[in-house]
Write a protein that binds this ligand. Structure first.
Ligand SMILES: [Zn+2]
Length: 345
């Protein structure tokens, strides 16, 4: 009996070792440990074995069965490991799964497009902090001491600085223009630069207004800048950005830091000037204020207004993007709604 058991063990271990696939191993398992296996047959015939041998044989059968189970598990793991490499070789012709790609926000894209257009005309790109002081946000820009824009109802003031002097009284910048004086103080004239950034206004939110939105300012300071050369520049920039002919017009506008000041409109690209939902049916979209820099602003920048002239425009980035894609509600841009953003892929 001992010899027979030893033979079953060796034969079984050999069969496990030589199994070449999981299916084959499954069959070996059935033969070695199933109800009709040699071990089961011996167990069933235990009554024929001499009583003094029964215990010894029982222990040997259990031990062999356990050994089989251990070896079967080991072999199974080995075959699984090999299968992933050998049985399923990499098929290089199967199309890959492309990773989910993010895209630039349409406002960021517009900003980059404007940067490219201005850089090609020799402008420098400049940026500043979102927090400004009253001196740079208002005083330097020729705002009267009692101008309503200085009030809490229009501007977000930083708490704790309300009662400080105008250089230390801080606010979230209500426009970018304060940066122009800082740049000119640092770099002097002549200068041509743009400065994109977010600005903050304490106003009611609706389809055309947000409390935080993006502006893009451009400024040229030189000795003989004419307003007409400024208008040519605006038309050139808009045509570079939109890749087509753009008509612009100007209307008189009043801002403390320009004299004369203008509102600059572009013909609606969605309807070609015929009137549509996006242009509120008048064929034109107000895209930027602009004008000739007020002499007092040049003085704040230590420049002589007799010697230097400045031309300024301030583009509403959201307006331009709305024009580019025919979006009719500004609130979509900051909604974080992927259904909206995924349209720009
Ligand atoms: Zn229109």
């Amino acid at each position: 009996m001992q010899e027979k058991l030893e033979e079953i063990r060796n034969k079984g271990l050999n069969e496990i070792k030589s199994a070449k696939s999981l299916e084959e191993l499954q069959e070996v398992k059935r033969i070695l440990t199933g109800k009709k296996s040699d071990l089961s047959e011996i167990s069933k015939g235990m009554g024929n074995i001499e009583p003094e041998m029964r215990k010894e044989v029982g222990i040997a059968i259990t031990e062999i069965r356990n050994t089989f189970m251990e070896e079967l598990t080991k072999k199974e793991n080995q075959l699984i490991d090999e299968k992933s490499v050998l049985d399923e070789p990499i098929d290089v012709t199967v199309p890959g799964k492309s990773p989910i790609k993010g895209v630039l926000h349409p406002i960021t894209q517009m900003c980059y497009d404007l940067n490219d257009a201005f850089l090609s005309l020799g402008f420098e790109v400049f940026s500043e902090d979102d927090i400004s002081s009253e001196k740079y946000a208002f005083d330097n820009l020729n705002f009267a001491p009692d101008h309503p824009a200085r009030q809490m109802m229009d501007t977000y003031w930083i708490s704790g600085t309300e009662n400080k002097s105008n250089n230390e009284r801080l606010c979230l910048r209500p426009h970018l223009t304060g940066a122009s004086v800082r740049y000119l103080l640092k770099h002097g004239a002549p200068a041509r630069f743009v400065y994109p950034g977010r600005v903050y206004r304490n106003e009611d939110v609706d389809s055309a207004h947000e409390r935080a939105f993006f502006q893009y300012e451009a400024l040229i300071v030189d000795k003989d800048i004419s307003f007409s050369s400024g208008m040519v520049m605006i038309k050139t920039i808009l045509e570079k950005v939109f890749g087509r002919e753009v008509n612009v017009r100007m209307r008189e506008g009043f801002f403390p830091f320009v004299e004369p000041g203008y509102e600059i409109d572009m013909e609606c690209l969605v309807c070609g000037g015929k009137g549509c939902r996006v242009c509120k049916h008048n064929g034109w979209i107000e895209v930027m204020p602009g004008g000739v820099i007020h002499p007092n602003v040049l003085k704040s920048a230590n420049l002589d207004p007799e010697e230097w002239t400045g031309f300024y425009i301030n583009i509403g980035l959201e307006r331009l993007v709305m024009m580019r894609y025919g979006v009719d509600d500004i609130r979509w841009f900051h909604s974080g709604d992927l259904r909206f953003l995924n349209q720009f892929k």
